[in-house]
Design a binder for this molecule. Structure first.
Ligand code: ZN
Ligand code: ZN
Length: 141
């Protein structure tokens, strides 16, 4: 039994849940970042299919497979699954798939502070000092 519940079905999975850090910008340029914990079933249904790589030189939407080279909305995902190498993906999603992927990424997720994590960077890490500074409790300020 895990302490964390799956973001989608609210159940406590028996296995260690997958953690996904999502980030994207909306049309106004506002950055959105979320942390989502999923049971392995929902990870396999919602996230794993996006990990496929295209061997083509052109960009393809990883959700529906259409050529998205000239019209895509990037979504970044850093994926942590027990027993697997952490993956950092930049998804060139076509606009309708981007909306769909983003709304399922927001489902039951925890909103993260606006920090740069996109463009292949790893998931955000917070030092104790940064946390204190964010809380306004750093004496040096
Ligand atoms: Zn689930
Ligand atoms: Zn698509």
């Amino acid at each position: 039994m895990q302490l964390i519940r799956c973001s989608i079905d609210g159940e406590r999975p028996k296995e260690v849940p997958a953690t996904i850090f999502w980030a994207w910008r909306d049309l106004e340029g506002t950055r959105h970042a979320y942390r989502q914990r999923l049971c392995l079933t929902h990870y396999a249904m919602n996230v794993a299919p996006l990990e496929r790589e295209s061997d083509d030189d052109r960009l393809h939407c990883p959700a529906c497979g259409i050529d998205s080279e000239d019209n895509y909305q990037p979504v970044w995902a850093s994926i942590f699954v027990k027993g697997m190498k952490p993956a950092s993906l930049t998804l060139p999603l076509c606009p309708p798939c981007m909306l769909r992927v983003c709304s399922s990424a927001e489902l039951g997720s925890e909103s993260l502070p606006d920090r740069e994590v996109g463009a292949g960077a790893a998931a955000p890490t917070y030092s104790a000092w940064e946390t204190l500074r964010a809380l306004g409790r750093d004496d040096r300020v």
